[in-house]
Write a protein that binds this ligand. Sequence first.
Ligand code: PEP
Ligand code: MN
Length: 266
Amino acid sequence: MKANLDVLPLSSWIDTAGKPLIIAGPCSAETEEQVSETVSRIAKEGYAHVIRAGVWKPRTRPGSFEGMGEAALPWLVEAKKQTGLPIAIEVATPQHIELALKYGIDILWIGARTTVNPFNVQDLADALKGVDVPVLIKNPVNPDLALWVGAFERIAGAGIKKMAAIHRGFSNAQETKFRNSPMWQMAVELKTLFPQLPIIGDPSHMAGKRAYLYELAQRALDLNYDGLIIESHRNPDEAWSDASQQLTPEALGEMLKSLEIRKASY
Ligand code: PEP
Ligand code: MN
């Protein structure tokens, strides 16, 4: 496959003082108090460069919690004021983009269930024309490198140069150790095609269980990933989505301290 991407380095839009980028926060924004307490505990730990929270949740089957929607956006605006940290959310429709930009959300990400659909990605690209906002693109749920590459090409076609990949693993037909198989080779191939594209590991969605976060995060760092996005909740067992994979802000701090950062330039 031949491809080309005009992408700016991570340091041009986020200052991590040379360390791996850490994006932390709850799977979902649930209540004003949950967001506020979670982000203030994360900020107190001092490791995060960006806060994440899901506002529109792409649930596999109807009937699960599908996110608080626009009502959660003011809580995130407040979280930014509270912590001084930029906020990242998932967007899946042009309307999500419009609302995110209206509330001043700093960073957008495209979820794994959106990356699979070129029509959907093109709609997002059209809504991003003329906008200067960093866009992170998760791998598609299925292990199809060309779909992932195509999503970058479509978003780049809108003029977006602040981009990064999020590697969250690929779904399985059978029960496997990890909820989503990392298939590390897919990310290595993406990096070979686009050497300048930053890549962020998402051990939370690979693991599905908090017990496996450490080994997956370490593997990502061993592969010289530029950062990690990890879910953290004030009370993980009570989370309205992805309860078994989230860590308290303090437990996440402990885990990050125990990871070895072997990236040559650190
Ligand atoms: C999430 O980040 O909470 C999420 C829904 O992720 P993914 O698109 O990787 O399933
Ligand atoms: Mn999640």
